[in-house]
Design a protein around this ligand. Structure first.
Ligand code: HEM
Length: 408
């Protein structure tokens, strides 16, 4: 694992003391956009940008802001810095690595997966039959992405609890007090995850099937096949990148439907073509993600002098509420023109490879849910503050009860 001084601790930049404040960081984002749009955190020596144009430039301009970095807000186990890691590298090298994975996420591949994903969605929704109140996080938002990604990789989806357990630990954010404990847990989880995947990769090399792991065992980088270790690390990278993020998106969609705009449910029921607009608006409105880079050369592109080697955080969740891009940005509005210009999937060379998959999962899950249930409601007495956990993608919910109204 990387050493403590290499982590960027977002919570300590935000100085929001409660989980509830972390769950709704939007007032702090606004304050920073208005008063401190280019802010240097002297304690951690990190630059921070909050405006849409700045965030976009940090994500696009790899010559000024590089992904080859020693520090990060996402814990990067040393082993992940392998030849097959698509994220910790800049163009032109990045293009070759990305090409290895991008085949798996073409529209054609997604079309082929659609029926498999619909089956998983149908099974999860069938389990809600006759249940008066369902915990949507436990029953849909967690199991859907992990089952889908396990299935697509070619890892037995019956092991989804194990996989979810390891990836949760690997993507836990660090904090100063529990640093050593968290680091130890990550080391143990990483070892167990690698030991679990290794024999599966060996088996795929011998007997390739129709899945991403088998494709990776055949893929070549600079004329050489990936090693078993590199395939294992790619799998861990994909499981990590695709799991928790999509769980957070699904949970947040339900939270928005229940609490941000409760009348939206009936609107969706009368017109299912609105579902993708809902998904995009949630990604804009309620997805407090951030990404970091290393300042690659001295620059004053945003005004203050930044020095080569310093870290910079692009606050995507703040950019997505920038009034200059999204008028009435603090209002949840699925009909907002251009809401898909949000930066929740990043921008530029590292734009999320799994975005089409995440969108497809969310659209299918919500459309199937809305078709099946006549209405849904908030559970009385639900206190969001008691069900928040820290995650890399900002705060996420551990539980969200939804009262179901069954039709017919
Ligand atoms: C709502 C769900 C998701 C969100 C919000 C999300 C967000 C992001 C963001 C912001 C980046 C850019 C990272 C950077 O700039 O350094 C990214 C990259 C990436 N994402 Fe996603 N992601 C999601 C789902 C997925 C899924 C389902 C997969 C795959 C199974 C995936 C795979 C990746 C990969 C491989 C990259 C690295 C691409 C590169 O560095 O070239 N993501 N994601």
């Amino acid at each position: 694992m990387n050493g403590k001084r290499q982590m960027i601790l977002l919570n300590e930049i935000m100085k929001l003391n409660t989980k509830e404040a972390g769950w709704e960081p939007y007032a702090w984002y606004k304050e920073m956009r208005d008063n401190n749009p280019v802010y240097f955190d002297a304690e951690q020596e990190v630059w921070n940008v909050f405006l849409y144009d700045h965030v976009k430039q940090v994500l696009f301009d790899h010559e000024l802001f590089s992904n080859k970095k020693q520090r990060s807000l996402i814990p990067i186990p040393d082993r992940l810095e392998s030849r097959s890691n698509v994220n910790l590298v800049d163009p032109p090298e990045h293009r070759k690595r990305r090409a290895l994975l991008s085949q798996a996420f073409t529209p054609r591949s997604l079309k082929e997966w659609e029926p498999r994903i619909q089956d998983i969605v149908d099974e999860l929704i069938a389990d809600m039959e006759g249940v008066p109140t369902v915990d949507i996080v436990q029953k849909l938002a967690i199991p859907l992405p992990v089952t889908v990604i396990a299935d697509l990789l070619g890892v037995p989806s019956k092991d989804r609890r194990l996989i979810k357990g390891w990836s949760d630990i690997l993507f836990l954010p660090y904090n100063t007090e529990d640093y050593a404990d968290i680091d130890m847990r990550k080391g143990i989880a990483m070892k167990a995850f690698v030991e679990y995947l290794y024999p599966i990769v060996l088996e795929k090399r011998q007997h390739p099937e129709d899945d991403i792991l088998s494709d990776l065992t055949k893929a070549e980088l600079d004329g050489e096949r990936l090693t078993d270790e590199e395939v294992v690390m790619s799998a861990i990278g994909l499981l990590g990148a695709g799991n928790e993020t999509t769980t957070t998106l699904l949970s947040n969609i339900f939270y928005s439907m229940l609490y941000d705009q409760p009348n939206v449910y009936q609107e969706l029921r009368s017109d299912l073509t609105l579902v993708p607009k809902l998904v995009e608006e949630v990604l804009r409105f309620r997805f407090p993600a951030s990404m970091d880079r290393r300042v690659a050369q001295d620059t004053n592109v945003f005004g203050p002098q930044m020095k080569e080697g310093q870290a910079i955080v692009a606050w995507i969740g703040a950019a997505n509420r920038d009034e200059s891009q999204f008028p009435n940005a603090e209002v949840f509005d699925i009909h907002r023109p251009g809401n898909q210009r949000h930066l929740a999937f990043g921008a530029g060379p590292h734009f999320c490879l799994g975005a089409p998959l995440a969108r497809m999962e969310a659209n299918m899950a919500i459309a199937s849910f809305v078709k099946r249930f006549a209405d849904m409601d908030q559970a009385k007495g639900f206190d969001v503050g008691k069900h928040i956990t820290e995650s890399i993608a900002g705060m996420s919910l551990t539980s969200l009860p939804v009262v179901l109204k069954h039709s017919g």
